[in-house]
Design a binder for this molecule. Structure first.
Ligand SMILES: Cc1ncc(COP(=O)(O)O)c(C=O)c1O
Length: 297
């Protein structure tokens, strides 16, 4: 059997760099038996590990949410990320994937405190996709659990929702509604524009604190735009002049149809054009805290 190219990629598993084809974990790893773990996806734009402190802060808070002690210092984590990029030379933008599970135990819901976590990290290309003409989305009841602020690996609801969206006229995303209120997308945060005000749901246990979301709130406010973190009900979503979704590997994406109905005039709106400009400029000129080439281990 031929090894696929991606299986030759060098990944990091529990202290060692090795080809993906050789990275193995136990079937009793709780990530496998219970989905008992958390993850991060960090984009790397032109060698800059983007907003790395924010991503590692979120990883730390997800781990705390599951009471997992990764036992690896932040400096060590950063050096692993840099080393992964060094060992997998690539020309385009990359994404770093980090996963920490509680580790290997007898299959039992109850865990002991002294389990050694499993830590896996890899990098791969960010697929270039042009969303500038806008994307179609569906709405759906938010069928996920109530700890959505934790970036947990147990993503079954999101997997079903994204596939349902795809099966519905090739939609990119499902925007989720809980008790009549917009929470977020199955794998993105949501912004709307109504009467010149930009709004995004406030952060609570129903929403993942998206790094791109937080960055956009910051950039929009710095630029003098009105941007509110507030409740958004389903009707406001349906009647919005603009809708955007945000995420690390997609950026800021305009939505042009919601459940088959046009948003605004069915084209990306003027506020989105400004937001995209702010985001793209920041990607190039923003503070680059961890450049692959600068990092000395
Ligand atoms: C549920 C959910 N919300 C929001 C986001 C966007 O977060 P970020 O901007 O940090 O990628 C993601 C990203 O995967 C997600 O899975």
């Amino acid at each position: 059997m031929q090894t696929q190219d991606f299986m030759l990629r060098i990944v990091y598993l529990n202290g060692a760099f090795l080809p993906l084809s050789e990275a193995k974990i136990s079937v009793l790893d709780r990530g496998f038996t219970f989905g008992d773990g958390v993850y991060e996806v960090i984009p790397v734009f032109n060698g800059n590990i983007f907003r790395v402190e924010d991503h590692l802060n979120r990883l730390a808070s997800s781990l705390a949410g599951l009471n997992i002690n990764i036992g690896i210092s932040r400096d060590k984590l950063k050096s692993i990320l840099v080393e992964l990029l060094r060992r997998n030379p690539a020309t385009g933008n990359q994404q770093l994937y980090l996963q920490v599970t509680r580790g290997v135990t007898e299959r039992d819901h109850i865990y002991e405190d002294n389990v050694t976590p499993t830590f896996f990290a890899m990098c791969k290309a960010i697929t270039k996709r042009d969303f500038s003409a806008g994307v179609c989305v569906i709405t759906h009841e938010d069928i996920r659990w109530k700890y959505c602020h934790i970036k947990a690996t147990a993503l079954l609801a999101s997997v079903l929702l994204k596939n349902l969206a795809k099966a519905t006229a090739n939609c990119l995303e499902a925007i989720l509604i809980r008790n009549g209120m917009v929470t977020e997308g199955a794998s993105s945060n949501v912004f709307i524009v109504a009467d010149g005000i930009i709004k995004t749901p406030k952060k609570d246990n129903n929403v993942l604190p998206g790094i791109t979301r937080d960055l956009m709130v910051e950039l929009l406010r710095d630029s003098g735009s009105l941007c509110q973190e507030t409740d958004i009900n389903e009707q406001e979503l349906q009647q919005a002049d603009e809708i955007w979704i945000t995420g690390s590997t997609i950026g800021v994406v305009p939505v042009v149809t919601l459940d088959g109905k046009k948003i605004g005039d069915g084209k990306p709106g003027r506020y989105w054009h400004q937001a995209r400009e702010l985001y793209e400029t920041y990607k190039v000129n923003g503070p680059h805290t961890l450049q692959q080439r600068d990092y000395v281990v």
